[in-house]
Design a protein around this ligand. Structure first.
Ligand code: AMP
Length: 414
């Protein structure tokens, strides 16, 4: 196994990694750092939780530190684009952590917060800029930022970026970058749209992959509980009576759903809060801080809000509602079991979600063990052959699924 010391990173970077307690690079780091250090472009198929931030941040810091120059006003040497504010803030935080023994300045800009301090920081001069697309373009349009000195460009979570409708912004930003530069694009999934964006941005890239199936999914202990929709709230209250569920991230499909669950838990005496796109940036940050510090035990989130949330020690992920696309399921459960630590993912599945569960099981190539030992177990969902629109053959096949019975509620906190 490669050690960080063997990766030819500058000493101050190795010291910062040691300060963090990292001993060995994660697979995505092991595969990405050497080509990035050689100056190659890179296409990384990796999701959050695999250590991808350090995979691009460490070689980037190394490169900038090798040729140390004073920061230029309004002209960063490195640009990292991220789809959400939380992710952008977190990435910049990582740069500060890994670059703490170097003399490089970084900052983060995103919308939903005052632009003035951002303008001032840019005017002082920075080396590394982390940004969300909208605010970046705003700053460029107002003449507070130029991208012609960018040597390294990183596009993180490209798939989410496109999902959120940022394609035109990304193209506009890319057009303002110098042609001669190093570029890395990271994406959890690689649909055609991301591939064609990658083709337009990258030059002869090295492709590295950290498949979720081989990492996250296998690290997480997964269970499913069959329950009627109107009993889900009672069930979640019941589960959280178990103090073994220490730090719990709960997913709902909608923002209102997230609020409702958080309120319900609060009423049950379980400290909790919700985070989603309707909340102001400062509120979101406060909620995250409370969750990190343990002031609240349960955080209820929607998929988009949860992307980029990096909270250490999430013991359990609960899918209050199953997502309708399997990739989101993999992302969600990846919030526990981060970089080597084991975690537990519990999914509630009602009648309407039976199909989602089937699709998920197909994608992760395993059947999720069913927990029957809870007060609201609905056996008829387990035996449900699927929606009427399915053909008789499919019905028969799916009838054999979900037979895997295992684990008791008592083991839920394990
Ligand atoms: P990321 O996928 O970049 O969001 O990283 C996921 C988590 O793994 C973060 O909390 C990092 O601090 C942590 N991490 C990254 N690299 C390593 C490593 N080599 N060893 C241990 N933890 C790591």
């Amino acid at each position: 196994m490669t050690e960080f010391a063997g990766l030819e990173l500058a000493q101050p970077i190795l010291r910062a990694i040691a300060d963090e307690g990292y001993t060995t690079p994660t697979p995505i780091q092991e595969k990405s750092i050497p080509p990035l250090l050689k100056g190659r472009d890179l296409l990384g198929v990796a999701q959050t939780g695999t250590g991808k931030t350090a995979a691009f941040a460490l070689p980037l810091l190394h490169r900038l530190a090798e040729c140390a120059i004073m920061p230029h006003r309004r002209q960063p040497r490195a640009l990292i684009l991220a789809p959400t504010r939380e992710l952008a803030a977190q990435i910049e935080n990582s740069f500060r952590t890994y670059g703490r023994h170097l003399h490089l300045c970084s900052t983060v800009v995103y919308g939903g917060t005052s632009i003035r301090p951002q303008i001032q920081t840019l005017a002082h001069g920075i080396h590394i800029l982390v940004a969300t697309p909208g605010r970046l373009i705003d700053l460029m349009n107002r003449g507070h930022l130029r991208l012609d000195a960018v040597e390294v460009f990183i596009l993180d979570e490209a798939d989410r970026m496109l999902d959120m409708g940022f394609i035109r912004d990304v193209k506009k930003i890319a057009a303002a970058l110098p042609k001669r530069r190093q570029t890395a694009l990271f994406s959890a999934t690689m649909p055609k749209s991301v591939q064609s964006l990658a083709d337009s941005l990258l030059s002869d890239p090295v492709r590295v992959e950290s498949a979720p199936s081989a990492t996250t999914v296998e690290m997480v202990e997964q269970r499913v509980l069959f329950v009627a929709k109107d009993k889900k709230r009672a069930l979640i209250g019941e589960l959280l009576n178990d103090k073994g569920l220490e730090r719990v991230l709960i997913f709902t499909r909608t923002k209102h759903g997230a609020d409702r669950v958080a309120r319900h838990l609060d009423r049950c005496g379980i400290r909790s809060d919700a985070i989603h796109g309707n909340k102001a940036q400062n509120v979101r940050q406060r909620v995250l801080k409370d969750f990190r510090s343990g002031r609240i035990r349960a955080l209820v989130a929607t998929d988009i809000a949860a992307r980029g949330i990096d909270v250490e020690g999430v013991t359990h992920v609960i899918n209050f509602e199953l997502p309708n696309d399997p990739e989101s399921y993999v992302h969600r459960i990846g919030r526990t079991a981060r970089a080597g630590a084991a975690g537990i993912a519990i999914s509630f599945c009602d009648h309407d979600e039976r199909t989602y569960l089937r699709d998920i099981e197909k994608t992760i190539r395993q059947s999720v063990p069913v927990v029957e030992d809870h007060p609201y177990h609905l056996a008829e969902i387990a035996n449900d052959p699927g929606p009427a629109k399915r053909g008789p053959q499919q019905k028969k096949r799916s009838g054999h699924r979900g037979r895997h019975r295992a684990t008791q509620t008592a083991g839920m906190a394990a």
